[in-house]
Design a protein around this ligand. Structure first.
Ligand SMILES: C[S@@+](CC[C@H](N)C(=O)[O-])C[C@H]1O[C@@H](n2cnc3c(N)ncnc32)[C@H](O)[C@@H]1O
Length: 402
């Protein structure tokens, strides 16, 4: 029977299959069951090795450069890397395919912060006519990358050990791939909004510079810019799903002249023990006279709307008529008719965030609304006859505030 798969689909399916083979060659395994993964992990790593890795990972989170390098050096050990990197199997699968689709006509490509080169070697094998350089500051990762590229016999790839925080980069590239490398300080909450009533961020250069400095974003981006050709492109993806991190990240790109080439893509994958919503993945270019395309609004979400007709619906006695825990809760609250505030409080938390909690009425309804300057929103609406539930909820939240 003739195939009905379009050439486009077939090639992306083929690429995924090739990527699976490539990851298997690297010794990575795909697990859909956490217990199975942990049983496999225990067969390959001793409890001492696991304890040491856990300690190094914890120290890395504290953010010192030496601790970060020590962690990645250790993970590049031949017994450890297949086990540890298998946890991110779906990340490689997701990212590898997407990046291949974005390389376009670039000839000289830098994979900045390439780690042991798992994906860099894949890109190089997929595109033998392009030249790839993988760069990382973990010497052990680079040595592993060089060894594996040699084993694979890939000729169009080279690896360099450079710490971009300490030294300038060399070379000249049409395109830079920078994934999960530009921003350290994963726990940095980012920039708060101007107040609990808005998602907008002020334009405060010292605040932006402080964010770029504490996350290491500024220096890394500047280094990359120095080796990117005029009109060069970058593929970037960091843990910037929260608006408070996404906005200063986008502004860091924008202030260095980068604009979006296409719509950002959200990256979703499962690692061991968690489902991750990551990214967005941006394809950007520099040096074109375009008006800025950066969107600083929250993503569209699945929060339910509220319609007055809900009052006539048969309701579950355990549940309010409407409960929305997403940024869209702000729109629901703003559109409540004849809103009357019964109680409200606004507090400043020790970390500087502002929290607002409000209980009120809107016609035949009672509502509770919570909002803070890190984009969390919540609205709960019920019939007035059941306002005791809303009031209890309000009191509980107030008691929990600092
Ligand atoms: C989380 S890993 C990401 C690896 C790979 N890009 C990926 O997406 O799987 C971050 C890598 O960036 C490297 N790195 C971080 N800061 C760097 C710097 N200033 N210069 C060079 N490499 C750096 C680390 O050594 C590490 O291997």
């Amino acid at each position: 029977m003739p195939s009905v798969i379009s050439p486009m689909l077939r090639s992306s399916d083929e690429r995924r299959t090739t990527l699976h083979d490539h990851l298997a060659w690297w010794g990575l395994r795909h697990f859909t069951s956490d217990p199975e993964y942990f049983a496999w992990q225990r067969q390959h790593l001793s409890s001492d090795e696991l304890a040491q890795l856990a300690r190094l990972a914890e120290q890395k989170c504290e953010g010192s450069r030496a601790d970060e390098i020590a962690f990645y050096d250790r993970t590049a050990s031949p017994t450890i890397f297949p086990v540890l990197y298998s946890q991110r199997y779906e990340y490689y699968e997701e990212l590898g395919c997407r990046v291949c689709g974005l390389l376009g006509s670039a000839e000289a490509i830098l994979d900045f912060g390439c780690g042991p080169g798992i994906l860099t070697t894949f890109y190089a094998r997929q595109f033998p006519d392009k030249t790839f350089v993988g760069l990382d500051r973990s010497r052990a990762s680079i040595e592993l990358a060089q060894h594996m590229a040699g084993e694979l016999g890939v000729a169009n790839i080279r690896f360099e050990c450079v710490d971009a925080e300490a030294d300038a980069l060399s070379g000249c590239y049409d395109l830079v791939i920078a994934t999960h490398v530009l921003m350290q300080a994963e726990h940095d909450p980012g920039l708060p909004s101007l107040s609990w009533q808005t998602f907008e961020r002020g334009h405060d250069p010292p605040q932006q510079s402080s964010f770029e400095q504490r996350t290491g974003l500024g220096v890394r981006l500047d280094r990359v810019c120095e080796v990117l050709r005029p009109h060069g492109r970058m593929i970037v993806s960091e843990k910037t799903r929260q608006l408070s991190r996404r906005v200063p990240f986008q502004r860091a790109l924008s202030r260095r002249g980068f604009d979006l080439v296409g719509p950002p893509a959200l990256v979703h994958y499962r690692t061991i023990e968690e489902a991750v919503d990551d990214g967005p993945l941006f394809l950007v270019h520099r040096g074109f006279q375009t008006s800025s395309s950066w969107d600083e609004r929250p993503e569209r979400d699945d929060g339910p709307p509220f319609v007055q007709d809900m009052a006539h619906s048969v309701s579950d006695p355990e549940k309010p008529l409407c409960e929305n825990h997403w940024p869209s809760a702000q729109g629901v609250w703003e559109e409540l008719q004849d809103r009357v505030v019964v109680h409200e409080t606004t507090r400043q938390e020790p970390d500087g965030r502002q929290v607002h909690v409000e209980r009120g009425t809107s016609g035949d309804f009672s509502y509770l609304y919570c909002a803070n300057t890190f984009d969390q929103r919540q609205v709960v609406i019920d019939k007035r006859a059941r306002s005791a539930m809303i009031d209890a909820y309000y009191q509980e939240i107030i008691r929990g505030l600092p």
